[in-house]
Design a protein. Structure first.
Length: 444
């Protein structure tokens, strides 16, 4: 499978940073160095690597705060986003002509998989998009290419237009497109000739074909197994022919993946499809996001990030749950909970969701005054770090300072401290209750 080495190395790097509750600049530096090496080893273009690492470093140090993720997780989030960006962020769709047929010209070096991909794409268009495509065999230099396309056409029961190997490719594509129009095909796929290396005569000929039929898409087919070379080829074809997109083939092989990660950045043209095998249905639309998650692994953190974006944070919740069970929460945790609660909706509804809360003494007829929350928050925010962690430090002068800082009174501060202690007691009660329940439940 492609990307194996890269995935392994990146995952190792990420797992080192994953659990960190604090990420120092030195941590980021180490991480960046490891990411850099992993990418270079995967044969990613060095300029692309440099840009990538710089962006990750910049963002990881001055990272945007997301309350429900730990710093380590946030770094992974940054790397994941940058990796996705590198490959184009969003899935890129095929162009469609306003007036059919949509003409798609396949170009690329010999052996890259053009002929196979032309047939795969035709099959995809018919099966997935309900289209009625036609194939045109314009690779007149590789005699087997026309036979190959004819065979694939037969296999698919799909028309293939050809004029043999003696005709002029520009005439073939022009007349092929005419025929497609006459026969009401909505897509025409042109299989063109390739060479072993990029050469000027080939480029001129391809340019001539392009001028003749004005295709809606010029898709460059690139063999992902060729690594750095794939990037040079893509750059060249793009300069000469101004391609509209890329199909990466042989991603099922054990390519190091550098091509997939560099082509988009170097050509600024999207990767539209990926070839995942020799069989006709082994063509996939290319999803940068899915590919990035696959490379990074970290399924747990990545799905956590997704959830965090909708305000849920399981790991943190678990941590808090544990703290509550041991009744050792601090005002920091309290504040965090308060923030989450604020973003969740009316308090009474939330209390209603806690199993057994309705029966708890003290909670039973609890009236929640939402305006209180702001005051409580102000008080907690006026505490020093040490005070938040250990409310026992609180003496009269500290209380006065906090009251002044939060625009409340010492009574308010006292009241909150008392409530906080009560809450802890309640947690103890609840956890011992749960403990008993568990013990009882064991037998049944
Ligand atoms: P062309 O010269 O560019 O037309 O290349 P072909 O279509 O003849 O493909 C060259 C070889 O690559 C053939 O053996 C194909 O079966 C193989 N091939 C094409 N695409 C893929 C792919 O996505 N995965 C694998 N494993 N092989 C592929």
């Amino acid at each position: 499978m492609a990307f194996e080495g890269l995935a392994e190395r990146l995952q190792e790097t990420m797992s080192k940073i994953k659990g960190k509750g604090k990420v120092s600049e030195a941590d980021v530096k180490t991480m960046a160095r490891e990411v850099r090496l992993a990418l270079l080893e995967a044969d990613v273009n060095f300029k692309v690597v440099k840009q990538f690492v710089n962006r990750v470093k910049e963002r990881a140090v001055g990272q945007e705060v997301m309350k429900s993720l730990t710093p380590g997780q946030q770094v992974i989030k940054v790397v994941n986003e940058e990796l996705t960006d590198l490959m184009g962020r969003e899935e890129s769709k095929l162009e469609q002509a306003e007036k059919p047929p949509t003409v798609i010209m396949m170009v690329g070096l010999q052996g890259s998989g053009k002929t196979t991909t032309a047939a795969k794409l035709a099959n995809y268009l018919r099966k997935e998009k309900n289209r009625n495509p036609m194939l045109v065999a314009a690779d007149v230099y590789r005699p087997a290419a026309i036979d190959q396309l004819n065979t694939l056409g037969k296999q698919l029961n799909m028309p293939v237009y050809s004029q043999g190997t003696e005709a002029n490719p520009v005439d073939i594509v022009r007349e092929g497109v005419e025929q497609a129009k006459a026969e009401n095909h909505d897509y025409v796929l042109l299989d063109t000739a390739g060479r072993l290396h990029v050469d000027e005569t080939l480029m001129e000929e391809l340019q001539g074909m392009k001028d003749a039929v004005q295709p809606d898409e010029v898709l460059l087919v690139v063999d992902a197994m060729t690594g750095q070379d794939a990037v040079n080829v893509a750059e060249h074809f793009n300069e000469q022919l101004s391609i509209s997109g890329v199909v990466l083939t042989k991603l099922d092989g054990d390519t190091r993946g550098g091509a997939a990660l560099s082509i988009r950045a170097v050509t600024e043209k999207p990767i539209k499809f990926a070839g995942m095998g020799e069989k006709i249905d082994q063509l996939e639309t290319f999803h940068p996001e899915r590919m990035a998650s696959r490379i990074l692994g970290m399924g747990d953190v990545l799905s956590l990030i997704e959830k965090a974006q909708t305000n849920v944070d399981e790991e943190r919740a678990k941590e808090l749950e544990k703290k509550m069970r041991n009744a050792d929460i601090s005002f920091d945790d309290f504040l965090e909970q308060l923030e989450q609660v604020k973003s969740m909706g009316p308090l009474e509804d939330i209390l209603g969701m806690i199993p057994g809360a309705g029966k708890m003494k003290g909670l039973k007829n609890m009236q929640v005054d939402e305006s209180q929350i702001g005051r409580v928050e102000a008080i907690v925010r006026s505490m020093t770090k040490a005070e938040k962690q250990d409310p026992k430090l609180m003496n009269a002068s500290r209380k006065r300072r906090i009251a002044k800082g939060s625009g409340t009174t010492v009574q308010d501060v006292n009241k909150l401290l008392k409530q906080f202690e009560d809450m802890k007691k309640m947690m103890k009660q609840m956890s011992s209750m749960n403990g008993k329940k568990k013990g009882k439940g064991k037998g049944g």
